[in-house]
Design a protein around this ligand. Structure first.
Ligand code: FAD
Ligand code: PHB
Length: 406
């Protein structure tokens, strides 16, 4: 068996694992990243699109933001289509902050490029990954790579392997607590070769259910439709998808998305999930490995970035001063932001989706809330503040105070 030694062993080369490896490199800390998928698969996987200002700042400040600054689409606001009436949420005017549309796969591509330039280890297509010795001073990651059994011995392990990874399930059940909610609907998402017909996102509440208009570039539109969790994609030929999207997104002023060839489609389940604490011995969980939000609030990738920024800072303190104060607080500090995002994502989801509870009271109540949120300055400000996100590099109490007082 080949044995390698590093300071931090990172499982997973999604945004969390790659950004952690990058920030550790900037702090002079060595790491090895192992990923079970192929490099092209990781780069091409279509997922998030909305970056908070904090994520954009982190990319720029750590030297991986050049292409993001050139190609990212900066948005001052978005709209909510309330049963045909378009209401704009002016993020910039309400908060002084904006969001940037830049595909998660582009973020991953930039981070892989930066990793390659450092010469530090990033192994794709590893198999049978397992972690061990988590409570010892030298935990390890074992896996097969190119037919050879390997072990990485490290000071710490970062579990950045997403919701279906192996790190979280390696923690004894009685050492963690799981909070979870599964929704009775899902999103059917498509990528279309069509110029976006609006410069900003449109979240739509229609009698037939939720729909979302987003984009990836000036030539590519990204769209989602509320569907059943077990929706059969074979029942959705392209013309049925467009009929439904046009019906749900079109508004009373005649706006509708441009139609074009659909190049990718998939169904995404909706779940809220948190594990507490986000640590077991010398293994720290970050990103989707520790928490999942329904995508309505566009928070998942941004939370992953905030986690690894904290973890990199805590590990840097450990190596520079020998203090574990930040490592000991890692889980508590992350969970404050995580629960804020959980509450917001749950709220956005229940505000915008059709839920067939069978009780007409629920749809009337939801409509009243939609009217309030798109007409009251106070309610719009709260929505905007949560949507643009809180700065990453500030303590939470300070952030809130700053936002409220400014
Ligand atoms: P992942 O991206 O899941 O990365 C984990 C990595 O670990 C993967 O590369 C995986 O292959 C690898 N891995 C898994 N198991 C193993 C193993 N055993 N060994 C080695 N490697 C392993 N978030 C936003 O902020 N804004 C949005 O607009 C947004 N929209 C979304 C839309 C959709 C349709 C979906 C599905 C998600 C969206 N999200 C959004 C959420 C966002 O995509 C995730 O939160 C983000 O990918 C989390 O990053 P991560 O690195 O923690 O996990
Ligand atoms: C996306 O562009 O993929 C996207 C945008 C906003 C969301 C979720 C996904 O809330």
């Amino acid at each position: 068996m080949k044995i390698t030694r590093t300071q931090v062993g990172i499982v997973g080369a999604g945004p969390a694992g790659l950004m952690l490896g990058h920030l550790l490199h900037m702090a002079g800390i060595d790491s090895v990243i192992v990923e079970d998928r192929a490099r092209d698969y990781v780069i091409e996987r279509v997922r998030a699109g909305v970056l908070e200002q904090g994520t954009v700042d982190l990319m720029i400040d750590s030297g991986v933001g050049d292409r993001l600054q050139r190609e990212g689409l900066s948005h001052d606001g978005f709209s909510i289509n309330v049963y045909g009436k378009l209401r704009r949420i002016d993020l910039a005017a309400l908060t002084g902050r904006r969001i940037t549309v830049y595909g998660q796969n582009e973020v991953v591509k930039d981070l892989i490029g930066a990793r390659m330039a450092t010469g530090r280890a990033l192994l794709f297509e590893v198999a049978d990954v397992a972690v061990h010795g988590l409570k010892s001073s030298q935990p390890g990651i074992r896996f097969n790579h190119n037919g050879e059994l390997q072990e990485i011995r490290c000071d710490f392990i970062a579990g950045c392997d997403g919701f279906h990874g192996i790190c979280r399930p390696s923690i004894p059940e009685d050492s963690i607590r799981i909070y979870e909610r599964v929704y009775p609907f899902a999103w059917l998402g498509v990528l279309a070769s069509a110029a976006p017909s609006s410069p900003e996102l449109v979240y739509s509440r229609h009698a037939r259910g939720f729909a979302l208009f987003s984009m990836r570039s000036n030539a590519v539109t990204r769209l989602y439709l509320q569907c059943a969790p077990d929706e059969d994609l074979t029942q959705w030929p392209d013309n049925r998808i467009w009929d439904e999207l046009l019906a749900r997104l079109g508004n009373d002023d005649g706006w509708k998305p441009n139609v074009g060839p659909i190049t990718q489609k998939g169904v995404t389940g909706m779940r809220s999930f948190v594990v507490e604490p986000m640590q077991y011995g010398r293994m720290f969980l970050a990103g989707d490995a520790a928490h999942i939000v329904p995508p309505t609030g566009a928070k998942g990738l941004n939370l992953a970035m905030a986690d690894v920024w904290r973890l990199s800072r805590a590990l840097a303190e450990h190596y520079q001063s020998g203090s574990d104060a930040l490592l000991d607080r890692y889980s508590d500090d992350c969970l404050q932001r995580v629960w804020r995002a959980q509450q917001f994502s749950w709220w956005m989801t229940s505000l915008l989706h059709r839920s067939d509870t069978g009780n007409p009271f629920d749809s009337r109540r939801q409509r009243a809330e939609l009217e309030y949120v798109t007409n009251s300055l106070a309610a719009m400000t709260s929505l905007a503040e949560n949507y643009v996100g809180f700065p990453i590099a500030h303590e939470f109490a300070g952030e809130l105070e700053k936002t409220v007082l400014s």
